[in-house]
Design a protein around this ligand. Structure first.
Ligand code: SAM
Length: 280
């Protein structure tokens, strides 16, 4: 299993921490056990002001989007130790595909089974490399390319080199039926170069899972991959704060030298997609 898998336990530890709060903005009763001691250690190792808070905000933001529903198929690209299949209410008939490294998904399934967790939707594990032929694996698991899909790329894109992140999102755009939506998060380029993220990034690099890509132009990046941004939020902004963000008001987007993240929702952009396809 690639060392980036450990980051799934780190983010599970962040969800466990949020879940312990009396005023928790979501509750993940399985997070602590899925994170294990390794997750708790990594959470402490990578801790920096705003990091745990951002993971909690991101979880709730995407929970809300998924809860709004409207999709018979949802694909979690790099599901990690995510437990939405168990903890969210799902409309009957929803199929949830979780794509991640096979060993990680096997280990998660084993831990969830030990905890007696039951999926609240038709959840299908898809062990595949997201830089490889994951669409074939998804189809083999029953995913219907002709039906609209909600795609979620949460805590993933910055662990891929930029060309791989682009290729992944282009391939999602090419595979997605009309009406499909992509949501997730991106790291700013400022986060890659800021003094304030230097130590955290050094530790991630030392552990074999460095951030590899960030952009200060998320709309442009996504549009180039075939996706038109319909909503963009930075943590702390209205609709992406939930009372968690430590800085009020949040830094303006134009601020330089500070780590920043983007939460986005995007629709498939036919013009950009056709352009991408024509350039193949
Ligand atoms: N989405 C989950 C969350 O927010 O808790 C997991 C995020 S975790 C920070 C990053 C995940 O990306 C890990 O589970 C790792 O296995 C997965 N990942 C990274 N590169 C991958 C690749 N090339 N193929 C499949 N999974 C990958």
């Amino acid at each position: 299993m690639h060392s980036v898998a450990a980051t799934a336990r780190w983010t599970a530890a962040a969800r466990a921490k949020e879940s312990r709060r009396e005023d928790a903005i979501f509750t993940d009763p399985y997070a602590e056990r899925l994170a294990g001691r390794e997750g708790a250690t990594l959470f402490a190792r990578y801790d920096n002001p705003g990091v745990g808070e951002f993971i909690a905000i991101r979880t709730r933001y995407l929970d809300d989007l998924i809860r709004r529903g409207g999709f018979g198929q949802v694909v979690l690209l790099a599901a990690g130790m995510d437990t939405r299949s168990v903890r969210l209410p799902w409309p009957p008939g929803t199929v949830l595909y979780e794509v991640d490294q096979p060993d990680l998904l096997e280990e998660k399934d084993k831990r969830l089974a030990d905890l007696g967790a039951r999926h609240a939707c038709d959840r299908r594990a898809v062990g595949a490399d997201l830089t490889g032929d994951w669409p074939a694996a998804l189809r083999a698991a029953g995913w219907d390319p002709s039906a609209p899909t909600l795609w979620v790329a949460e805590g993933l894109l910055f662990y891929l080199p930029e060309p791989a992140a682009r290729l992944l999102l282009e391939r999602v755009a090419q595979a997605a039926a009309p009406g499909s939506v992509l949501a997730g998060d991106l790291l700013s380029h400022q986060s890659m170069i800021s003094e304030f993220s230097k130590e955290g990034l050094r530790r991630l690099t030392e552990d074999g899972c460095p951030w590899l890509f960030g952009t200060d132009e998320p709309e442009e990046f996504l549009s180039g991959c075939g996706w038109r941004v319909t909503e963009l939020r930075m943590p702390g902004e209205e609709g992406a704060s939930y009372g968690r963000w430590p800085w009020n008001p949040p830094l303006p987007r134009e601020a330089r030298g500070f780590p920043q993240n983007f939460l986005f929702v995007a629709a498939r952009d036919f013009v950009a997609r056709d352009f991408v396809a024509a350039g193949d």
